[in-house]
Write a protein that binds this ligand. Structure first.
Ligand code: MG
Length: 343
């Protein structure tokens, strides 16, 4: 289970079983970069499978996740999402009413994001071979004028050898912005599943973030973006620190978090930085542009609680958090998953 959890063990697993066996060094952003999407012949291409349990939860369902998750992985590369596929693995006897509901919410979420589902596949397997319903979505995205402008604005501040924001693009001084409160999706799921009761106040944040990202790129200067899904913000920042070879310092008091999520994390002993989110983006921005990008992100409803949470700096190694009490805490990439099967 830990090899599927999005943390350090999963990275080891991918190196051992995927990168060792597959050619992985072709394309502008190749498979070997292990970024949110690959860039091949100017097209962003990504895929994701959804195994969330239960299929319906406070704030969304597997259909919302399957569209939003793939749209977000395309969008964080700076690409404009164009089209998705939808492949379903359905266990025999699965409710037709539930399938209608899920397909409706896939369609509604796709409309919201401005993408179309244009191809797919369905397989039915016998009882015990699957757990109700699994969905895989793949997606493609293309360059846009906003992306060209974004890259041009980075190059006014410094050399930038890529044509896309990516995990290796963060540099000393870049300002880190979180698009909104963290931890909501994982806490809503866990609480609903285990009956802790927080789900009445905490809902999943699952949503496509491409419009928020487009707004930020209109300002420009975004060097990297990621969605803090499995492994949460802790894993995201460690991936940046590792691939960009720069330290990252964040401040605990600047982390956007809802009160109910803080209480739930304290009660359950879970680190909010390690919880998966499904409708949040973390951005690294060249220092001169950070305030304007923040303003642009906040102008959209999904980004209205966005905050600057820290900065990339050569002065620290790895990821360091200044705590509420003025102490310093090293943020390690999570080993396992505090809340499994949330996406
Ligand atoms: Mg991602």
């Amino acid at each position: 289970m830990s090899q599927g959890a999005g943390g350090e063990r999963m990275q080891e697993f991918i190196r051992e079983f995927v990168l060792r066996e597959l050619d992985h060094d072709f394309g502008e952003i190749p498979l070997g970069a292990l970024d949110d999407a690959a860039i091949i012949e100017g097209i962003a291409f990504t895929t994701d499978s959804y195994t969330v349990k239960p299929l319906f939860f406070p704030g969304g369902d597997i259909g919302v996740l399957a569209v939003a998750g793939t749209v977000n992985d395309i969008s964080v590369m700076g690409a404009q999402p164009m089209a998705l596929s939808c492949a379903m693995i359905i266990q025999e006897g699965f409710s037709g009413d539930d399938l209608h509901k899920i397909m409706k919410s896939m369609n509604a979420t796709a409309k919201k994001a401005g993408v179309r589902i244009v191809t797919g596949d369905s397989k039915v397997v016998e009882k015990g071979a699957a757990d109700g319903l699994f969905i895989n979505t793949s997606g493609i995205g293309k360059r846009s004028g906003h992306l060209d402008h974004n890259i041009e604005m980075i190059r006014r501040s410094r050399q930038f050898k890529w044509n896309w924001p990516n995990d290796s693009g963060v540099a000393d001084g870049d300002v880190i912005i979180a698009s909104g409160p963290i931890g909501n999706h994982g806490i809503a799921l866990l609480s609903f599943r285990e009956g802790y009761g927080f789900e009445t106040t905490v809902k999943s944040d699952a949503a496509p973030m491409n419009h928020v990202i487009a707004e930020g790129m209109k300002v420009g200067g975004i060097t990297s973006m990621k969605d803090p899904t499995r492994g949460g913000v802790a894993n995201l920042l460690n991936e940046w620190a590792d691939k960009s070879r720069v330290g990252i310092r964040i401040r605990e008091e600047d982390l956007p978090m809802d009160e109910a999520v803080i209480s739930a994390c304290e009660m359950l002993g879970i680190d909010p930085l390690e919880i998966g989110n499904e409708g949040k983006i973390v951005m690294a921005v060249v220092p001169d542009m950070a305030d304007d990008v923040l303003k642009a992100v906040r102008s959209k409803p999904e980004g209205k609680k966005a905050k600057i949470i820290g900065q990339a700096t050569k002065k620290v190694k790895g990821v360091m958090m200044e705590t509420h009490t003025g102490g310093k805490r090293v943020i390690e990439p999570p080993v396992g998953d505090p809340v499994p099967r949330i996406c």
